[in-house]
Design a binder for this molecule. Sequence first.
Ligand code: ZN
Ligand code: ZN
Length: 915
Amino acid sequence: MEKHSLLSLFSSNPDKYYKVSLFDEKGFKRQSCKLCGKFFWAINERESCPEHDNYSFIGDPPTSKRLDFVNTWKELSSFFRKNDHEIIQRYPVVCRWREDLYYTIASIVDFQRVMNGKIVFEIPRNPLVVPQMCLRFNDIENVGITGRHYTSFCMVGQTCNADAPGGYWKDRCIELDHSLLTDVLGIKSEEITFVEDVWMGAGAFGYSLEYYVRGLELGNAVFTEFEGDENNYRTLDNKIIDMGAGLERLSWITLGSPTSYDATFGPIFKKLVDIIGIDIDSKSEVLSRYFKKLSEIYSNYENDPRLLKINIAKELGLSYEDLEKFVLPVETLSIIADHTRTLLFAISDGSLPSNVGGGYNLRIILRRTLALLARLGWKLDLKDIMDLHIEYLKPMYPELKEHKNDVRKIMQIESERYSSSKERMYSIASSMRESKKKPSVEDLIRMYESDGITPDLLLETGVIEKIPPDFYVKLAELHTTHESIPVPVIEIGSDIKPTKLLYYEDESIREFDAKIVKILKGKYLILDSTAFYPRGGGQEPDFGTIEGIEVTDVIKQNNLVLHKIQAPSKDLQDNKIVHGIVDNVRRLAITKNHSATHILNSAARNNLGSWIWQNSAFKDENYARLDITHHSALTKQEIKQIENTANEVVQRNLPININVFERSNAEEKYTFRIYQGGAVPSNHVRIVNIDGWDVEACGGTHVNKTGEIGLIKILKTERIQDGVVRLEFVSGNKALQYVQSQDAQLLHIAQSLGSSREKLIESFDKVTLENDQMKRKFRVLINRFSDNMATTVTHQATKSKSGLKVYGTFDDVMGDDYYIALGEKSINIDPFLVYVAIVQDHERIKVIVFVGDESRKIIKASRIAKEISMKLGGTGGGGTDKFAQGGGNDKSKINECLKNLENLITNIDSSEKNG
Ligand SMILES: [Zn+2]
Ligand SMILES: [Zn+2]
């Protein structure tokens, strides 16, 4: 579907689609733009649409009130409340309810759920208004520069289902929005222009009216009325109004300040300016003129901010350098305020800066902020700036305070990580500066990806003169979308009724009778009902038998459960009633592991911090793992605490209740914390509630009470990627077996040491000490002994055709220490010597090569080591001309190597000469 064909569809009938009752009442007339042809509605005659207007409100606001960001919200929310709207709390900026988005990018996203590739709307109150913080990272380099771009902004969403109780349609919507601008803010109707546009997405579409005042777009009311495409469409059962207005802009127009950042961050700027000790107030006249000019000509110079400034400077009668002195501190303050506010919301809502996924953007802006502070030499603590945001935003977002300490902790860790790698980054930068090579955008991206070097740092160190305007865009593009793993699909046909899932009706069923509905490829059985749990949600499938034939895998495809049997059988035919038996031991073990996963996840969060989320999980019979989002590897102490907490929950024997909720009710009651395993693509969610401990949306099998798990034992933890830690664990009988086997191993060790379990550590320390002493004695012995042996070696060496003296030996008793000492001594005695020792150490064969001073003129130790290693089945060796090592594992080649040593060396020798 093309935008322009939609637009022509709607604008060919403007009275039907765009005209609202307010336009007649107030005398708004439809006009078309002489410059771009767009249609718009305004009271006064206009030559062009407002997209071509300058920001004439800067320095001259058209409103009767002067409102900063928070006060704009207060006025706006009380207006909508008076007009029967429910004001709801913002949703998280981390978009857990949509698999295709990391962050909430618009207010309407709050109410969108994806089902079968289609977007459905779930609007919890009707009508409502939400002050939704939105995160977008596609304009990073514009933030601070243009006066109006942000990485996070508040989109006020006025949302309404026209066909549900309380709903209204476009007449009422535009009437309200007009009243907000005129009655509340005091803007004259003559100042307002409505521009016609269209909207489409995910199978639905509609028309929209954007409203502008003095060149600034203040809001966009989208009326989603149809589904289908422009040639074949029908009216939706539930028509949706999605009016989005940037709160930053509404505030800005009331203040008429040079930038929208003044409106949004005013009180924060004041405090920061005091701390840094710079003067901005006296420059506000120049800044006003600068930013007004900027809004007029910015689009002509989008790719060259420097040239843009040079031109504006000329018009203002300043030099570029002088202008920069005015503008740079304001730009930098704005970037810092914007980036810290974004980090505050994102980390509060559970996102961690990292090198992967959505966390990537957070690390970029964090490092950019730190680099900027360093560049200007400003002594500001980002954590303190965040506190200023929390304090200022308290009336709108009181919840920010809850995770204040967690946010501080993450910021601390990230800042330290940055400064500890800084030295390395500076040394890379300085060698780049010396090489005088100019890096391309691709080079810059590579440097950021591999070494964390931001272009700001390169700017600071003089490697580059300006940051390429597309750097941040290109970088963000690499990391914006989730990747999904394609699942192989078995062709089934569409006429089969969904399998009845007995394991949900009664988890305790282990035997059942069912009818075969279809057999696919001779080995996949579809039954009319089943107690076999299919692989899903990280839980491995049940095994067992159907008519005595082993079931080796169970998978779910849409509404059907497919049982894979070990071998095709003539006994199995369509419509036959068969008997299924689920392997009880396996099911129980997996079930305990699954409940244990939920317990551990909350145990980790309670011990570590609110940023802990399940990244993924895997539950099998003998093994389970839980990957959590965490900034660092776990310490021994932390592992122990998590394990203790988890086992306390087991011992408290808490009931686990499973209930199905309507999705919107579950979200409201339990928050988005329920989406530990990802979003749920259905109207109803199954909520697994470990009473008083953990609530998750989950389709897996669970024990009735936590006590049934018996024991949870963490086996191992590992930082598997930046921001993700893996916990491997066992539970139930497997945990007991694990402890028992550990115990048996200890007993074995104790007995081998001739000790007892009680005195094991003491005995072990003693043996270690003895071992160390022995090694020391051995080394002394080798030293003395090898003096004599070295002389023998030189006598035993044979002269090759090229005049080299060659010595080779094999040994599987004395270790490599001895042969290294011996080799070194031997070539000191005889400078013509080539010394090769092959040493067997368990399964591995090691090659040690020394070449004396004279021989080295002809042949190199590293070449010989490499050659022999390859003959022994290894991949090569390494070292210097004098001493090299290598190895392989093909024992059968040792003799051959030693026998042909002279030939081998002669061959290398001649090839070196030829080469
Ligand atoms: Zn126009
Ligand atoms: Zn689960």
